[in-house]
Design a protein around this ligand. Structure first.
Ligand SMILES: NC(=O)c1ccc[n+]([C@@H]2O[C@H](COP(=O)([O-])OP(=O)(O)OC[C@H]3O[C@@H](n4cnc5c(N)ncnc54)[C@H](OP(=O)(O)O)[C@@H]3O)[C@@H](O)[C@H]2O)c1
Length: 341
């Protein structure tokens, strides 16, 4: 294969809205370490005027945080919007109006819009491509607007997609998902329930009763993939900084003899999906842009059942890394550029 030397490859200016947040900081680090992206601007809201210290490419970078109104949206080739849902769509509209590509990390543009019924601002597409490259890569190449998936949704959908596509999920079944996330999943805004003393040495469920906003994009995508099932999703708060582990119980339409067989066929050529004959753990995936999947056929069940385990870093494959993967596809770059496998 002919490889173009790095110095001759195209370079793109990209901006980050919400760079003082957890996903925004991770984005800045990935951009500063990316061979073909340069950081055009980084914005903050309450932290505007301060300086962000980012470790990337073997050193510390000092990044000035400006207000979003001061950002030169038209001067960038692509903008990442890492803003709270609700606030993001308005900024996405401004980026689109400036003629610039945008990856939105909030739920505002995702399928089902996180369950919020609202009109998107003029110019923002109702059906932006859903940025899960492992499932919908063709729609992302060259796209101008992409809705980056939620972190839980990424861990669950990459695990369930091969089963849905192969008709392996029993029709009408309930797929039960118990997932646990590190505290960075809640964002940087201080809240009582995320204080150190509340979280450490503790473990609890939240958003129970199928009330989490990621369910909307998960249900929509599962039905797009041909599955006819209910999802029962129970998130938990884990006293670690980063990482998600989802344990998924799948009633099967037919027995399997090899638990990993559906995943081997589907993900043989995927650079950011890794399979394990053991069980995935958070330490395997932290700071990496991967989904690590294990599967087990449980004994003592009357119905054929598969247990699937899926681990990701919520800030990388669950947010900033996946956003860069999408940006690489949108800009015509190597999909893996700047990302750690
Ligand atoms: N955390 C995760 O694991 C994760 C994973 C996937 C997707 N997401 C999604 O990605 C988005 C960002 O998440 P996050 O956890 O990184 O959030 P975060 O830590 O709470 O950061 C939010 C950022 O937006 C800025 N901001 C807040 N209100 C604003 C407004 N009205 N106008 C302009 N800027 C505003 C904040 O600035 P100041 O801090 O300066 O006020 C901060 O830079 C959210 O939509 C979230 O749902 C998060």
């Amino acid at each position: 294969m002919h490889t173009i030397p790095v110095e001759n490859q195209p370079s793109f200016r990209v901006g980050v809205l919400g760079a003082s947040g957890y996903s925004g900081r991770e984005l800045c680090a990935l951009i500063l370490g990316h061979p073909q992206l340069t950081l055009a601007f980084a914005t903050a809201h309450s932290q505007k005027g301060s300086t962000l210290r980012v470790k990337a490419a073997g050193r510390v970078h000092e990044v000035p945080l400006i207000g979003p109104d001061e950002a030169d949206l038209a001067g960038a080739d692509l903008v990442f919007a890492a803003l709270p849902h609700g606030a993001s769509a308005e900024w996405v509209a401004r980026v689109i109006a400036a003629g610039t590509r945008v990856v939105d990390l909030s739920s505002d543009l995702r399928p089902g819009h996180g369950g919020v019924v609202h009109e998107l601002p003029a110019g923002v597409p109702q059906d932006a491509p859903y940025g899960l490259p492992e499932l919908f890569r063709d729609a992302l190449r060259g796209a101008r607007v992409v809705a980056n998936p939620g972190c839980y949704a990424t861990s669950v959908l990459v695990a369930l997609a091969p089963l849905a596509r192969a008709g392996l999920i029993a029709p009408g079944a309930t797929v039960s998902i118990a997932a646990a996330s590190g505290v960075s999943g809640a964002g940087v805004t201080p809240k009582f329930e995320y204080l150190f003393a509340e979280v450490t040495e503790n473990y609890r469920a939240y958003g129970v009763g199928n009330s989490h906003r990621h369910l909307f994009e998960m249900r929509d995508t599962m039905s797009r993939l041909g599955a006819d099932c209910d999802l029962l999703f129970t998130p938990h708060l884990l006293p670690v900084d980063r990482g998600i582990l989802s344990t998924i119980t799948v009633p099967l339409s037919r027995p399997l003899t090899d638990a990993l067989e559906p995943f081997r066929a589907a993900y043989a050529n995927e650079p950011f999906v890794e399979l394990t004959t053991g069980l995935p753990a958070l330490a395997d995936v932290q700071h990496r842009n991967v989904v690590r999947i294990g599967a087990v056929l449980p004994t003592g069940m009357r119905q054929p059942t598969l247990l699937v385990f899926s681990a990701i870093d919520n800030l990388v494959k669950g947010a900033a890394g996946q956003a860069v993967q999408n940006a690489n596809l949108m800009l015509g770059l190597d999909e893996a550029a700047g990302l750690m496998r």
